[in-house]
Design a protein around this ligand. Structure first.
Ligand SMILES: Cc1cc2nc3c(=O)[nH]c(=O)nc-3n(C[C@H](O)[C@H](O)[C@H](O)COP(=O)(O)O)c2cc1C
Length: 360
């Protein structure tokens, strides 16, 4: 199971637990995966710099193994005031259904990306991954000068090539099966829905840095397939969401465990950015929205009160239930078991495949 990436990141196994912003990636989940020989990752995209620092300190208390912190490359908030007003009117419908106040003041989104980067540098985080774009060369150089390994996220070969040209050390190739937000940054997200099976070998052929396969990988079969396609590791998100260590809401976990391969869809409705999640009332109802959904992060901020009220009421109909297409394979096992069983299954598969190949 040794690959270019396990050597680069000093891992026992080529398994990365995906960063999952919004609560699932607790210090306990991250440490369990890192201690089991994989790489745990903190999704810090929605955290303040202070919360990021606290989470990193908590992870360091629980593991001495390498771990990763993931940030969102910021985007310019835009959205015309008329589109925002129209959306607010629509969202009041869901607020009424949930029994919460209409027209909440929209909190200004405060940009803290540079401060977060500084926290990661101060705390000497060994591995940093980014999604939604390419960080500035200043940031990339500052990190690499301090020995930080930098990973970028691509959903097309062109994005991968641009990340490599910018100087990242490895690339997550995110297939369309993947749960959560699309990392697409060069084209409209709907033009970049390439399945993992097609994306990985084409990416591997065009970049020289190690490629990490993401999207629909849930067990040893997915790991072996990814390695066969040329990936140096896998990044698994949905497979860890229902673990006891995951901070996902109980109602969300139970939706994951009862979903099928056809339960998810890509939506802009929650955040203004394309993301894959389990279909629910909010997603279905927003399909008929005739106006323009304000782009991320504006829409994300506008739906926050709805998502928070839904979580409080244990009502998954209005929660963002991000998940990939592999949900039938999700289990409630502990995170260390997910790593262990993935490796055991992959090893058994590799040996049986070796036996099946006739000797020359
Ligand atoms: C709940 C959830 C939240 C996610 N949040 C992030 C994130 O903060 N940063 C990121 O780079 N990727 C994020 N992703 C995407 C993962 O990195 C990865 O591409 C995806 O989980 C792989 O597909 P899978 O869920 O089928 O394993 C998220 C995925 C999920 C399911």
């Amino acid at each position: 199971m040794e690959t270019a990436l396990t050597r680069m990141l000093d891992l026992q196994y080529p398994i990365i637990q995906a960063p999952m912003a919004g609560g699932p990636t607790t210090p306990e989940l991250i440490a369990a995966v890192s201690n089991a020989g994989g790489l745990g990752s903190l999704g810090a995209g929605y955290l303040t710099p202070d919360q990021t620092r606290e989470a990193i300190k908590a992870i360091k208390q629980l593991t001495e193994r390498p771990f990763c912190v993931n940030l969102f490359v910021p985007e310019q908030p835009n959205g015309s005031s008329s589109a925002i007003a129209e959306m607010n009117g629509r969202l009041n419908r869901y607020r009424a259904e949930l029994g919460i106040d209409p027209n909440p003041p929209t909190p200004a989104s405060i940009e803290t990306f540079e401060e977060q980067v500084q926290v990661l540098l101060d705390e000497r985080v060994p591995i940093v991954s980014f999604t939604f774009g390419i960080p500035s060369l200043d940031i990339l150089h500052a990190m690499q000068q301090r020995g930080v390994i930098v990973i970028g996220t691509a959903t097309t070969v062109e994005e991968g090539m641009q990340l490599e040209a910018a100087g990242v050390d490895a690339i997550v190739a995110q297939g369309s099966e993947a749960g959560g937000h699309r990392g697409t940054f060069l084209t409209p997200a709907n033009d970049a829905l390439i399945g993992t099976m097609a994306l990985i070998p084409q990416m591997v052929d065009r970049v020289t840095v190690p490629v990490i396969a993401a999207g629909g990988i849930m067990d040893g079969r997915g790991l072996v397939a990814s390695l066969a396609l040329g990936a140096s590791a896998v990044q698994m998100g949905t497979a860890f969401l229902a673990c006891p260590e995951s901070g996902a809401h109980a109602a969300y976990k139970s939706k994951i465990l009862s979903s099928r391969e056809d339960s998810t869809d890509i939506t802009y409705a929650f955040s203004g950015k394309a993301a894959r999640g389990i279909r629910n009332h909010f997603m279905n109802s927003m399909r008929s929205y005739p106006g323009t959904i304000p782009a991320y992060p504006v829409q994300n901020t506008m739906t926050r009160d709805i998502r928070q009220a839904a979580a409080k009421a244990n009502n998954p109909a209005y929660m963002s239930l991000w998940a990939g297409q592999g949900t039938r394979l999700a289990t409630e096992r502990g995170a260390a078991d997910v790593v262990k069983q993935t490796i055991e299954q992959a090893s058994a598969l590799i040996s049986s495949m070796k036996k099946a190949i006739p000797k020359p």
